[in-house]
Ligand binder design. Structure first.
Ligand code: NAD
Length: 409
């Protein structure tokens, strides 16, 4: 099964319960537009570098397409399609006036110099600038991209269309970005974990967490949980994992990562592998790296009592069934990591207003949206006897379908 098929499997589980017609199903799962462009740049060596870039615009019934840009060697059309579709459902779950889009460039950003990355990004914008824009499609950071990449995108777009900071979100705060955007996804993951734990009569303080991935999302999730008294017993990145059953000192780990650029080698814990992290003794397991982490076998080995999907698509459908049969609740990606797009929305609004909001206001509004999204889904899941994921898709499909019908086909 490929990524897009997996997303559509989850869609169908919910669509069945909503009695969606076949035509409406086709309309809702088929992407509106798919771009595939060649990106040719001069490498530092003087040689030609050839890359392929993608942008999939899935659905804009509720507003402009919105979603991240990924720079990674696994990026392809199918992955972009799947992630674009997830964005449609995610923006609907937290009730933002956006649709869903996603894209990226097939490349290894760790092997490119800063100059090569800038040329790649600018060339990509040159290829797609007529298809993006504040009212059309608004990219944001994802795996392998950051505020600097977003700043280059805005600057390049400006050359063709004039000053439009709202063309892209996740920009640096000192370059038309928003307070709180960088930490927003991880901050939101911790908020949603708090809400879910409360339904299990538990609190973050004293609860054990294992987090796979220590990039933007994983590290901010760890910080937020740590500040609330959570015990982070395991953390990993692409290079390996570190374990400490008494709780990792996250500020100390941050200092270690700032110097060494990776988690392994952190002295105050035991070294291990990513596979060990997935099966370690913990209360909550948070995948915050790439997709497709849990297949059926991995799901059978999990010892946590709750999964919170900070990454997009970490769970294959067969693993989802294992979690359901084992009674392990999964807070789905389209809610758990929606904090990023919520604050991207605030950044877009601030750019359009040419007015800045303070951090407290942003965090307060982010919390409101995520808590409201969580409560709606939790209530629906209880009422219909479904998983949280199916309830989230049901809510999202209803909202997108309603907008389609109101707007006219
Ligand atoms: P990132 O590039 O900042 O970090 C990715 C992290 O995953 C790094 O620590 C990397 O070393 C680690 N990693 C890579 N391969 C791994 C492996 N095989 N095992 C363990 N760790 C591995 O990316 P990010 O922005 O933190 O995104 C992480 C996930 O969250 C992705 O699935 C992304 O789509 C999702 N997400 C990101 C945002 C956002 O605002 N950045 C918003 C919503 C969802």
């Amino acid at each position: 099964m490929q990524a897009f098929e997996a997303t559509n499997h989850y869609f169908d589980q919910a669509a069945k319960l909503l009695d969606l017609t076949e035509n409406m199903r086709t309309l809702m799962i088929t992407p509106d537009r798919e771009l595939r462009v060649e990106i040719v740049i001069e490498l530092d060596s003087g040689q030609i570098g050839n890359f392929i870039g993608y942008r999939v615009q899935h659905d804009n019934a509720r507003g402009p397409f919105k979603g991240g840009l990924r720079y990674h060697p696994h990026v392809d059309q199918d992955e972009a399609r799947s992630l674009a579709s997830l964005m449609t459902w995610k923006t609907a779950v937290v009730d933002l006036p956006f649709g869903g889009g996603k894209g990226g460039v097939n490349c290894d950003p760790n092997k490119l110099s800063r100059g090569e990355l800038e040329r790649l990004t600018r060339r990509f914008v040159q290829q797609i600038h007529d298809f993006i824009g504040p009212d059309k499609d608004i990219p944001a950071p994802d795996v392998g991209t950051d505020g600097q990449v977003m700043a280059w995108i805005m600057n390049e777009y400006t050359k063709y269309h004039g000053f439009h900071p709202a063309v892209v979100t996740g920009k640096p705060v000192e370059f038309h970005g928003s307070e709180g955007r960088e930490a927003a996804t991880g901050f939101g993951v911790a908020l949603v974990a708090r809400e879910m734990l409360a339904t299990m009569n538990r609190r973050i303080a004293g609860t054990r967490f294992a987090i796979q991935g220590y990039g933007n999302v994983g590290s901010h999730t760890a910080r937020s949980l740590f500040e609330q008294g959570g015990r982070i017993v395991a953390v990993s990145d692409a290079y390996g994992a570190v374990f400490n059953p008494n709780g990792i000192d996250i500020p100390a780990l941050d200092r270690h990562v700032a110097v060494n650029r990776k988690v392994p080698g952190f002295p105050d814990g035991e070294a291990g592998t990513n596979e060990q992290l997935l099966t370690c003794e913990t209360d909550v397991l948070i995948p915050a790296a790439l997709g497709g982490v849990f297949d059926a076998e991995a799901a059978r080995g999990v010892r946590a009592q709750l999964i919170v999907e900070a990454a997009n698509s970490p769970t294959w459908p067969e693993a989802d069934e294992v979690f359901q049969s084992r009674g392990i609740p999964v807070v789905p990606d389209i809610l758990a990591n929606a904090g990023g797009v919520v604050v991207s929305y605030f950044e877009w609004v601030q750019n359009l207003q040419h007015f800045r909001w303070p951090l407290e206001q942003i965090q307060r509004e982010e919390e409101k949206r995520l808590v409201a999204g969580f409560k709606s889904i939790h209530e629906l899941a209880m009422k219909k006897g479904t998983s949280l994921r199916t309830a989230a898709f049901m809510l999202a499909i209803s909202r997108v379908g309603r907008a389609r019908i109101l707007g006219g086909i």
